[in-house]
Design a protein around this ligand. Structure first.
Ligand code: EPU
Length: 428
């Protein structure tokens, strides 16, 4: 097991290339199950969630091969093998095996998914959608059993706007008989990316990226080639890091429109950002001014950037209120930031951040992926060295974070943890 060490105080300069989107990748891989011939996806990020899903595809009989920048998936020999335990528990996105296997095989057994602990994360809307399509869904000892004689298109209104439910229902509905309409659908760019892949496979989908998605089911889907979109959350994280410590940082391979809410808030704080075609140039300015943020569904401020943004707010003068309306308890990073001298208190679903403060390096723990990113931002800003455990979380979503930050001039490195440190980490 490794920990991450960051020596703060170094300015960031140069350019960083954003990888393929994690939250697309984790849906595109299961979506390949629906095809009857090979699917090639270009630009999948090299992160542990992609590794875990690739292994799951192999467990059910698929062939997954890395060929340079491409990942080649042959789904032709896949079978509907139950996956009640094991790797499915490692990540949230294993729930996409439900929709994809239901679509292809009309049955699936998938263990309830794991993933970051952000408070309650129900999947009732996914199940509501599968049932509307004609599936019988039961929960037996922590695994979801899905079975349908046939899938029939339906009109499904989501009671909660959910990225996962929207994608999962799309995955099943592309193979249902007749027309499916998903109302109050989520509009995140990852949904458009998955719909683009499915359309290239032969699916008939209209309206992805709006709140009404119309799907006309087809008999069969075939392989294709697809290029993944850039990761807007990784891009946003480096933009925040550049706002914190950047003299001049070029963020390459980004779709600026995906980040409008973040860029607007950073500009309000006084950060200088130039937006080019697929690049951003970010310069830190002094002093930074506090702002309030409220996370909302896309195109509102993304919950996944709330945690790293909070670390930046510690450097701004005034009081900033961070309210998370998506995950009201996504504040596990706050205690750790406090260890580093941040002045933050949590009240209900808001964190109240007073700044500016001088952050001090400390031993801290990443409790989830974006909490980890928040601690790296804080480490870059702090005096001395910050030691971050829980690196597994960060590796689930950030490709080569150490190398990318080193290239920008940060002093950051991994170290093996001692037996005693591992024991202490596991008991904490
Ligand atoms: N919700 C329900 N019922 C459901 C589904 C969701 O009540 O059936 C609620 C959730 O509890 C939450 C809200 O609806 O309060 C939104 O959840 P959503 O389903 O949109 O989240 P998700 O699909 O499980 C994805 C990303 C998350 C990201 C959220 C919100 C993946 C694998 N995960 O999760 O990403 O925070 O959308 O944008 O795509 C991350 O990358 O760090 C991460 C956690």
């Amino acid at each position: 097991m490794e920990k991450l060490l960051v020596e703060g105080g170094h300015s960031l300069n140069g350019s960083v290339r954003v990888s393929g989107a994690k939250n697309s990748a984790v849906a595109l891989l299961p979506a390949a199950i629906l095809a009857e011939s090979p699917v090639t996806i270009e630009g999948l990020p090299n992160i542990s969630d992609v590794g875990t899903l690739s292994q799951l595809l192999e467990e059910i009989g698929g062939t997954v091969q890395k060929q340079g920048q491409d990942v080649y998936i042959d789904p032709s020999r896949m079978i509907s093998m139950p996956l009640p335990n094991g790797k499915v528990k490692k990540l949230r996105a294993s729930y996409y095996f439900m929709g994809a296997m239901l679509g292809r095989f009309k049955k699936a057994v998938i263990g309830l998914p794991g993933g970051c602990h952000l408070g309650p994360r129900p999947i009732d809307q996914h199940i509501k959608g599968f049932e509307a399509l004609g599936a019988e869904v039961t929960n037996e000892q922590g695994a979801i059993y899905l079975r349908a004689e046939e899938l029939r298109g339906a009109r499904i209104y989501l009671d909660v706007v959910s990225v996962g439910a929207t994608i999962n229902i799309m995955l099943a509905a592309v193979k249902a008989k007749g027309k499916t309409i998903i109302e109050n659908a989520a509009k995140e760019p990852e949904i458009i990316d998955v719909a683009t892949l499915l359309t290239s496979m032969g699916a008939k989908i209209k309206g992805a990226g709006t709140d009404v998605i119309r799907i006309e089911g087809v008999e069969s889907l075939s392989g294709c080639r697809h290029t993944i979109i850039p990761d807007r959350i990784e891009a946003g994280t480096y933009t925040i890091m550049a706002a914190a410590k950047g003299e001049e940082v070029l963020i390459d391979n980004v779709i600026p429109q995906h980040l409008e809410s973040l860029l607007a808030k950073l500009r309000e704080m006084g950060v200088t950002i130039e937006s080019l075609n697929d690049q951003l140039i970010v310069r830190r300015s002094n002093p930074l001014k506090s702002v309030d943020i409220k996370t909302l569904v896309h195109p509102g401020f993304p919950t996944d950037l709330q945690q790293p943004f909070t670390s930046l707010l510690t450097q701004a003068s005034g009081t900033g209120v961070v309210t998370d309306t998506i995950y009201q308890a996504r504040f596990k990073h706050i205690d750790e930031l406090r260890r580093m001298n941040a002045d933050i208190k949590v009240e209900g679903s808001s964190a109240i951040v007073n700044g500016p403060v001088v952050l001090e390096g400390a031993k801290v723990k990443a409790s989830d992926l974006r909490a980890g990113a928040a601690l790296v931002v804080a480490g870059l800003l702090a005096n001395g060295v910050t030691e971050i455990t829980g690196l597994d979380h960060i590796d689930r979503g950030y490709e080569n974070i150490v190398e990318k930050l080193q290239d920008l001039g940060a002093n950051i490195w991994r170290e093996k943890m001692t037996e005693a440190e591992i024991e202490q980490f596991q008991n904490s």
